[in-house]
Design a protein around this ligand. Structure first.
Ligand SMILES: [Zn+2]
Ligand SMILES: [Zn+2]
Length: 99
């Protein structure tokens, strides 16, 4: 058994059930450094699957998430409170200055 990537037979990892998915420790470390977002495990089995799932999730999530109405109500009410507070403060300041 030799590593599929560098053809050496030292520090081989047994990462999955498949006999021909052989990767050695130094190649696997380089692979993890290149693709830090991929799941740990056999690069032939897990790595590709994880990338496909991620890209599908990225496509679905923006479609299914919309801002709920409560957020708009909350922002509107907070803005209204701030505006009212500013107006009341200015009215009070003018009232004191014009006394
Ligand atoms: Zn190798
Ligand atoms: Zn595999």
């Amino acid at each position: 058994m030799t590593c599929n990537w560098c053809e050496r037979d030292i520090n081989l990892y047994k990462l999955c059930e498949y006999e021909d998915h052989n990767v050695c420790k130094s190649c696997y470390d380089k692979y993890i450094a290149l693709y830090p977002n991929r799941l740990s495990g056999c690069p032939y089995c897990v790595g590709v699957v994880e990338v496909v799932i991620l890209s599908v999730e990225d496509d679905i999530v923006p479609l299914n998430t919309s801002i709920p109405d409560e957020v708009y109500v909350f922002i509107a009410s907070v803005s209204f409170c701030c505006l009212s507070f500013m107006i009341i403060t200015w009215v009070y300041v003018f009232y004191i200055l014009n006394k």
